[in-house]
Design a protein around this ligand. Structure first.
Ligand SMILES: [Zn+2]
Length: 448
């Protein structure tokens, strides 16, 4: 019964984005930042927009174990699927034939999502061949994709997964894997992915003047509305291929009717949102495909990157303003400190910061770190850190951005060196702070 309404899966990684740098500088005391659940409240608008009545939390995320720290208005709608890791094993079974063929160790396999490669970093840096590095990453990506897709299938969720990245992983792996089971699984996943197309659902769009704390205060009332509940049912039905088209049209009619209601008109306007909708489950061609194809549901795919980033920024601003409009405080999930660097300099648009290598990497899982001089390993490290600058950091003084491509990471035996190209010193430092805090936060949350 509870699966018959719109539920959304918050992806692994999202909880790590709910952090802020609280104090410190590069030169004294180091950087300190905290993770808390405060930004969650700023997602209220997105939840309503997506017709959500339930929120599923990735069982691998730090949030899954800290639910009593989430505001009650959200907490009572949260569930944590797959606590017994049954779906997790099924996702591993999909990628196992490829992993076996490529000799990838599946033991430390956390579902990879949004470029987060914490637990897999050691495997990547240990791999010297660039071709094999790419293939390993493809196995990780495909595993994360299958896991979140399966969570969606089994629990009737809308999910946030990167279809394009998974597509290229399948493409590479099909060229590399020869075993019959690997090829059958890849073919099934590929035909499942190719059944998706981008559609536009009708939805509520918060007015620019809509106040977040009022949205939270009225959250229960919005979600209790009969028309809203109908939208939520249609959002679920988008996952049922035979009725998906009808459901799509229904979201538009219902959202238009809903914004005419007094309660909603104060906060919302009519809008549309891109959602990838699956049009058919392919015929199973293998044992694991049979398990997936038993279900009639194909999870609609939504993109939460921007809403999550906006929520985090709003939370940071809210705190900076010393604003305490929310009735609920947000206890700290984690505190983390990055020690001060050994040296720092800025000239000609280049910021160079060096850390003691072992100070810096003590919280990272780098078992069996190989020889430190290898240029390919430097590229892995660069990717690992720089992925945390997507979306890019911005400089308001010069209207410019600092993205992953602006960062170089190198190390010697006792030193790790970050080079950041930017318009000015402040922007370069801000970019580096964001990048380091994300990296540390992600790794830390997983190692708890
Ligand atoms: Zn600047």
């Amino acid at each position: 019964m509870k699966n018959k309404v719109g539920q959304i899966l918050l992806p692994l990684g999202s909880e790590n984005e709910f952090f802020e740098v609280t104090s410190g500088s590069f030169t004294s005391g180091g950087l300190e930042f905290r993770l808390d659940t405060g930004a969650f409240q700023f997602l209220a608008e997105e939840f309503i927009s997506q017709g959500v009545l339930g929120i599923a939390i990735d069982p691998y995320s730090a949030f899954a174990e800290k639910l009593d720290e989430v505001a009650p208005v959200f907490r009572r709608r949260i569930n944590v699927p797959d606590k017994g890791r049954k779906i997790s094993s099924q996702a591993l079974a999909v990628v196992r034939p490829m992993a076996d063929e490529l000799a990838v160790d599946l033991a430390p396999m956390y579902p990879y999502i949004h470029g987060w490669i914490g637990p897999q970093l050691a495997a990547l840096v240990n791999e010297k061949s660039p071709r094999r590095q790419t293939l390993l990453e493809d196995v990780f990506v495909l595993h994360g994709f299958c896991y979140h897709l399966l969570l969606g299938i089994k629990h009737g969720l809308q999910v946030d997964i990167n279809l394009r990245r998974a597509w290229s992983a399948v493409h590479h792996l099909r060229a590399a894997c020869k075993s019959q089971t690997a090829r059958a699984n890849l073919a099934f996943v590929q035909s499942l992915m190719s059944s998706y197309s981008v559609e536009y659902v009708g939805c509520l769009r918060a007015l620019p003047q809509a106040n977040s704390s009022e949205l939270v205060d009225n959250f229960d009332e919005f979600l209790a509305d009969e028309l809203y509940r109908q939208i939520s049912v249609e959002r679920y039905r988008l996952g049922l291929p035979p009725v998906a088209r009808k459901a799509l049209l229904a979201t538009r009619t219902l959202a238009r009717r809903l914004i005419r209601k007094k309660l909603f008109a104060r906060f919302f306007d009519y809008g549309t949102k891109a959602v990838s909708v699956g049009t058919g489950i392919p015929l199973p061609n293998s044992e694991i495909a049979g398990t997936i194809a038993q279900e009639a549901y194909l999870p609609p795919i939504v993109d939460l990157t921007e809403p999550i980033s906006t929520a985090r920024q709003a939370w940071a601003k809210h705190r900076l303003a010393g604003n305490d409009a929310f009735s609920v405080t947000s206890p700290i999930l984690q505190r983390r400190r990055v020690k001060p660097p050994v040296s720092m300099s800025f000239s000609d648009g280049i910021l160079i910061v060096t850390y003691d290598f072992f100070d810096f990497t003590e919280s990272f899982d780098l078992t069996n770190l190989p020889e430190l001089g290898d240029p390919l390993l430097h590229e892995s490290f660069r990717k690992y850190f720089a992925v945390n600058l997507d979306p890019p950091s911005t400089c308001s003084a010069h209207s410019s951005t600092i993205g992953p491509e602006a960062v170089k990471v190198e190390w010697r035996e006792h030193e790790i060196k970050f080079t950041v190209g930017a318009c000015c010193e402040e922007a370069a430092k801000a970019g580096l702070v964001t990048m380091l805090a994300y990296s540390q936060a992600k790794d830390y949350a997983r190692n708890e």
